[in-house]
Structures are given as structure tokens and as C-alpha cells.
Design a protein around this ligand. Sequence first.
Ligand code: DP6
Length: 326
Amino acid sequence: MNKNKSTARAHPNIALIKYWGNLDNELRLPANSSLSFSLSALVTQTTVQFDDQLTADQVVIDDLPANDSASRRVNLHLDRIRQLADIKTYAYVESKSNFPSGAGIASSASAFAALTLAACSACNLQLDLRALSRLARQGSGSASRSIFGGFVVWHTGKTDAESYAESIADKDHWPVVDLIAIVNASHKTVGSSEGHLLAETSPLQAIRIADATRRLEICRQAIVDRDFNALASIVELDSNMMHAVMMTSKPTLLYWSAATIEIMKTVLRLRHEGLDICYTIDAGPNVHCICIREDAKAAHDILKKIPGVVDVLESPPGGGAITLDR
Ligand code: DP6
């Protein structure tokens, strides 16, 4: 007898070379390849149960019924999986993350990686990791990377089959730490999905994309060589280039707050003083400060004291998505 219920866990990831803008928004084929590592301390756990009695998908996120747009996005993703599995049954979905959703940390990567794995497993759809990554990508681009553990590259591509992620180094390859300086953002931000649609409106996006393969290769080599100086300059350049595109989009996307800039300046000063640390920023005001493990304690203490920083989360690289069924 086939099972109809499964639970999976996945970690969010921090992109060192960013995904911003799609060649195909429907399939989420990214305009450039990206590179990230998964964050072991942060986790989303999702249970999917297909049930013949249901007349619609039911989605609960962090103990509350999901709002309309989140429900719709989950429903669309389950439709993709139902189509592959050739079933029509609706599902009950319960998802929980151990990091505060109000903190503005992109949770769609871990959410759609866990959802993809749990749903495929619950309807007995046997897919290899590459196929899971392609499927997760259609739910949320960065989720394609969260299927894998350690340091991960997600390839751009002209077709669905060509755009998938793969691991380039194990989580233990390099003991780096992501210190996420959480900034108290009172303003509402524009979500990544909306942001990707605006990338093309910036005159800088074409330049950013044309140079992306070069940046990714430098970043990949810095990881292989465990060369922090090389990593720091390319990671900050890539983040700055993405934010330059955001700031020059129509309408303007400005994610930084005063505290964001204060943290960036502090990171630059600390590096000048000899700490191995650099910054990278996603679609929000929080700053991911990447440092080597030996410098994490000192950096954590300094970041915590910056006015406007309400919390500092800390995570080393983690593993890939897994099912918890026995
Ligand atoms: C700035 O993967 O959240 O974090 O595909 O619409 O779900 P959707 O977007 P998402 O975009 C992530 C953007 C980013 C950079 C990155 O993680 O590469």
C-alpha cells in the first residue's frame, strides 16, 4: 500500500553570488547562475498529507492558516507535483520554521525545498536530486539550491531541464559562519518575486548579467582554495551590483535602512583591522556577515552593539533537504 503522508526538512541558504531577474518568470529560469551555502541553524519542517476527503488544499504556516497569496503559491506548486504523479487528490500542508518570519529572512527557499520533497514523497513520486531541484525551482528560484547541502551552484539555462542546482563542496569543506544582523525594519518591503520582475527595468541589469559568469567563477575558486580575501571582495561586489540594479529599477527598490549601512561600514572596518569577514544583503535590510569560525565570536559581539540591530542569528553551512519518515 502506498503512503500518502510525508515530512521533510530543509534549510534556507545565503547566496554569495545572487539570483536577480528571470529569463522566464513562469518556469523561474534565472538570468544568471548563482552560488550559495545552506544555513544549518535555520530550518523549515513541512508535512504533506494527501487526503481524498479534501475539496481544496489546506495550508497552515507557523500554526496559522496561510493567507491567500501563500495558499495560492503552495496550491500551484502542488498542482505541478500532482500533474507529475498523475493524481488529483488535495493535500493538507503544515509548515513550521524555527526562525522568526517577521525577521525578514527569505524563507521561500527552505519552504519550497521542504514542500517539494515532502509532497513528492507523500505521493510516491520517485525523483532524483536534480529533478527535485528543478521542481523546487519552479516554486521559488532559491529553493532549487536548498535541495542540496554545503556550497551549491544553481545553473541558469534556456530550458527547464538545463536549470538545476548541484553541490560543489561539502558543508564541512570550509568552516565559515553566517552572522545575520537583523535590523528592525518598520517599513514594508517588496518581495523577491515582484523584485525579479523589475530587474529588467534597470539599465545596470544587462551589465550585471554579462559579468555574472566571471564573478561566479572567482567565487567558486575562492571556496575551493579557502581564500577568504578573494571571497570577500567578490561577494561584496556581487551584492553591491544587485543592489545597484534594485536602486536603479523602475520603480526604485531601496531595501537598506540606516542600520544596514552602519553594519556594512562596520564589516569593512573589521576587515581592515584584520578580521576575515564580509557582507552580503538579500531583498531586505538585514545584513549577512560571512566570517571564518575563529572570528565569529568577536564579530558577533560587535554587530550586536550596533544601534538598530535587534538580533544576530548565527549559522554554519548545513546539509540538504531530507525526509523524516522512518
Ligand atoms: C535576493 O528565490 O526568493 O535572495 O523565485 O520569486 O521565490 P522567487 O525569488 P527568491 O529570490 C531570491 C533573491 C535573493 C538572491 C538569492 O537568494 O540568490
